[in-house]
Ligand binder design. Structure first.
Ligand code: ZN
Length: 324
């Protein structure tokens, strides 16, 4: 039976957003809340509350299922959370818990994959058969799209672009490693650079963007100051862009994608960072690969919701033997 709606849930380190989505990608209604910090079950309860609210008034037979993007490494075949850097969800059976309470089919996947699915179906990467998604948010995630399908690897754990080694003796990464891309480009890393700059007079615009409190300086404050014309903030983002550009050289040389799509809250707002990353990649990638375009994602915060809903439709149709 062909269903009309799916629920897409995008769980981030700081907030959870969800939407009731039609097959063609229209979000009929949406809702969000801050991510509870009181342990794993509070997070699962928040997901269930959001999904239940969105589905109220819709017949169960019209719902294809619930897709949930988590900031975690997920064994896609087993539908298990293996490892989660920014939330205590490792080993928590999110899928079964949500299924038993909502009575809907549930599919979980990595949030970077969900954003890639969203941009591939409805956004900046529509029509691209081979592309790379990089999401710059609390963490650095991503997804690879090969031959028109998400590439997940042997256990569904692939696409962890944020944990590519950039420097052997670089700063510690939230995953426990060292010198990974996320340790240069995650919100915490950019905020730390902003706080460091704000210790001197030249960094005052960053301090102002954070309302005058050094402890309150976030990555968004750095982006805000940069957009307001502050050169110190711009320099922080441009240097981060150089790191991202170097990483892209490696990905582009290996994968030869048509498109690199940069999303996530920081990726969509920090133009200077993305422009510099593109310049470095174009200058340094092996010849023949430089026609790859670097674009900013266009779906904003909706990418994760739309991708999660699209995956829920796909899984429903596969179960029912329907073709998309
Ligand atoms: Zn790491």
């Amino acid at each position: 039976m062909r269903t009309s709606y799916a629920v897409g849930v995008d769980v981030g380190g700081t907030r959870i957003a969800a939407g009731l989505v039609e097959r063609k990608g229209r979000i009929v209604r949406d809702s969000k809340r801050l991510t509870p910090q009181a342990g794993p079950f509070a997070v699962v309860d928040a997901i269930i509350d959001l999904a239940t609210d969105l589905m109220s008034g819709v017949q169960a037979s019209e719902i294809a299922g619930i897709g949930i993007g988590l900031p975690a490494q997920i064994d896609f075949l087993k539908q298990e959370v293996e490892f989660c850097t920014n939330l205590p969800l490792a080993g928590v059976d999110v899928r079964s818990l949500v299924m038993s309470r909502t009575k809907s089919e549930v599919t979980i996947d990595n949030d970077g994959h969900m954003a890639a699915v969203g941009e591939a179906r409805f956004g900046a990467a529509k029509g691209a058969r081979d592309f790379l998604m990089v999401t710059l948010g609390t963490g650095v995630g991503g997804g690879m799209w090969v031959n028109g399908e998400p590439y997940r690897g042997s256990r569904g754990l692939g696409g962890e672009i944020g944990h590519t080694v950039i420097s052997l003796d670089g700063p510690p990464c939230p995953c426990g490693g060292r010198g990974h891309l996320e340790s240069y480009l995650g919100r915490a890393a950019i905020a730390e650079k902003g706080r460091e700059a704000a210790k001197t007079f030249s960094g005052r615009a960053i301090l102002d963007a954070a309302g005058g409190s050094s402890a309150g300086i976030t990555a968004d404050a750095v982006v805000l100051a940069a957009r307001g014309g502050d050169n110190v903030a711009r320099k922080i983002l441009i240097e981060a862009g150089e790191v991202l550009g170097r990483a892209l050289v490696g990905f582009v040389n290996v994968l030869n994608p048509r498109l690199v799509c940069i999303g996530g809250g920081i990726g969509e707002s920090a133009d200077f960072l993305v422009e510099r990353a593109s310049e470095v990649m174009q200058a340094e990638a092996l010849a023949g690969r430089r026609d790859v375009k670097v674009v900013q994602a266009v779906l904003g915060n909706d990418a994760g919701i739309l991708g999660a809903a699209a995956l829920a439709f796909d899984e429903h149709d596969a179960r029912e033997g329907l073709h998309r």
